[in-house]
Ligand binder design. Structure first.
Ligand code: HEM
Length: 496
């Protein structure tokens, strides 16, 4: 080779050009691959489990360095591109089918990937459910009160008060009111349905977490040996046994007299093509339970923990509720939107107590080029770190102070009356994500939490036990943030 090159200066020059070209191409290629900075260890690093104990620090570091940019983060279940919320409006222009939920990755083999095959879940929640909130509010209030009174029979203290574990009680109450609206009056008090509605979600989550600890190649085999997977198959078959005859009955009756006003009926009415298959409707119902119940119960737990820490707010909100119910002569369509102080309190509670650090946990089905010029490859997992936005002094004055009327006061300004609500969506603050991706059940979630607070404040005095005045610390578990699940609260019936 040396001989050949020394004999031919042209060949030497040509070889240098090619070598330079290869070097340049490889540096451009690697630098564009390396264009995304990383926070924390890479997936294959020796310390790749650091996210378990350091998620908070990593997310804060990512936000302080790249709040307007993009960085990579290994969160144990997936390697993600954490994208600034400033790209939310751009992302909203991408078709829904190109930016999919990550359910099938996290809950492989559980059947919950049905949500990635259709938009039915979105249409039915954003459409019929949302339209019917007003007419179902009083019914839901009654169902919550019924379920709470039933629960209290078993837990009365000597002095006539009741001590209840807050989180599990709220799971039960939300399950009852969701069941009333999802499956109607005949099934909603069926203990088997009630335990299936929440039990299936727990089994799906457990199976998902357990499966991820095995390499992908062995998962199709391992899955059949997991207890959680057997549990979810058994709860799915209970759901089929209970719902299939109901679907059959309604198919024959065709809801001619309009007697069914519930999610099952809206699913039947809205579904098209394959989605009309009864077994798929059952799966969809289980998916909707998964999307609706724990999310609402966790958010409501935070609201009650904040309320018990602020007795003066309890009085203020009770007064607002009493006055509004009196004005409306009961709980009418107009009632819940009028509870603006409660709405503000709920939003402030959620601002300081999100359910996790990340939102918009999606998978790109196409490469995505953003206005900055950065291209995120196809099949990447993307997320937004929204928790730090909500504590950023650039957006909130005294961000760490709980100001119950922060959003109520903002709504007093001219032109802002309809903004800053608990269910509002805003590209700059992706609490529910945004646009066509935003949570379609958020108005129902808002209504349910308001109805829960109404039941507790109208019927009871509520407080922490004994001398406790402060809310317990939240617990961080990787990407998730949970309120105390052990905290009890004390209820005393109010004189009517
Ligand atoms: C406080 C309670 C809730 C919270 C915090 C919450 C939050 C969210 C968020 C952030 C998303 C968007 C995820 C993303 O873009 O990647 C979402 C999606 C969704 N939520 Fe909610 N949600 C709540 C309650 C509910 C309820 C009560 C329902 C139904 C009745 C519901 C149904 C859904 C559905 C079906 C989706 C998926 C929409 C799609 O296909 O794109 N959610 N939720």
């Amino acid at each position: 080779m040396e001989d050949l090159l020394s004999q031919s200066p042209f060949l030497l020059f040509f070889t240098c050009i090619v070598a330079f070209g290869i070097w340049r191409f490889s540096t451009i290629f690697t630098s564009s691959r390396a264009a995304f900075p990383r926070i924390g260890p890479a997936p294959d690093a020796a310390d790749n489990k650091r996210f378990v104990t350091e998620s908070f620090q990593m997310i804060q570091e990512g936000y302080s360095k790249y709040k307007n940019g993009i960085y990579k983060l290994w969160t144990l279940d997936m390697d993600r591109f954490i994208i600034s919320h400033k790209y939310m409006s751009e992302l909203n222009k991408v078709p829904r089918s190109s930016v999919r939920l990550t359910t099938s990755e996290r809950y492989e083999y559980t059947g919950m990937d049905i949500c990635e095959e259709t938009n039915l879940q979105y249409e039915v929640c954003a459409g019929s459910l949302t339209r019917n909130i007003g007419s179902l509010a009083q019914t839901s209030y009654n169902e919550i009160l019924f379920a709470l009174n039933k629960k209290l029979k078993a837990v009365s203290n000597d002095d006539g008060s009741y001590s209840i574990p807050l989180f599990t009680s709220l799971i039960d109450l939300v399950t009852s009111s969701t069941a009333r609206v999802f499956v109607g009056p005949d099934l909603c008090r069926n203990p088997e349905w009630l335990s299936t509605a929440t039990g299936h979600t727990m089994a799906v989550q457990k199976a998902g977490e357990e499966l991820l600890t095995f390499p992908a190649i062995v998962r199709p085999v391992v899955v059949h040996f997991l207890k959680s997977y057997r549990q979810l198959r058994s709860s799915a078959s209970v759901a089929k046994r209970l719902l299939l005859p109901e679907i059959e009955k309604r198919a024959q009756n065709n809801n001619e007299k309009g007697q069914y006003q519930d999610m099952l009926q809206w699913l039947i009415d809205t579904a098209q093509g394959r989605d009309t298959e009864p077994e798929r409707l059952v799966k969809m119902m289980l998916f909707l339970n998964m999307a609706a119940i724990h999310t609402t119960a966790i958010t409501a737990t935070n609201v009650f923990l904040d309320l018990c820490a602020r007795p003066d707010c309890i009085d203020m909100l009770r007064e607002e509720i009493l006055q509004t119910v009196k004005e409306d002569g009961g709980i009418k369509t107009s009632t819940l939107p009028k509870l603006k102080k409660l709405d503000s309190f709920m939003r402030e509670s959620r601002r300081l107590n999100t359910m996790g650090f990340l939102t918009f946990q999606r998978r790109l089905m196409v490469p995505l080029t953003l206005s900055s010029g950065a291209t995120i490859p196809r099949n990447s997992y993307i997320s937004m770190a929204y928790q730090p936005i909500l504590r950023d002094p650039a957006y909130y004055a005294s961000p760490l102070t709980f100001d119950p009327l922060r959003f109520y006061n903002l709504r007093q300004k001219e032109g802002e009356e309809e903004k800053h609500q608990f269910a509002s969506v805003d590209a700059s603050e992706p609490l529910w994500t945004f646009g066509k991706f935003s949570c379609p059940g958020r108005h129902w979630a808002t209504a349910q939490i308001k109805l829960l607070v109404m039941v507790f404040l109208l019927e009871f005095e509520i407080s922490y036990p004994d001398e406790q005045t402060e809310r317990p610390e939240n617990k961080i578990m990787g990407t998730k943030i949970m309120p105390s699940v052990a905290q009890k609260i004390v209820l005393r019936r109010r004189e009517s």
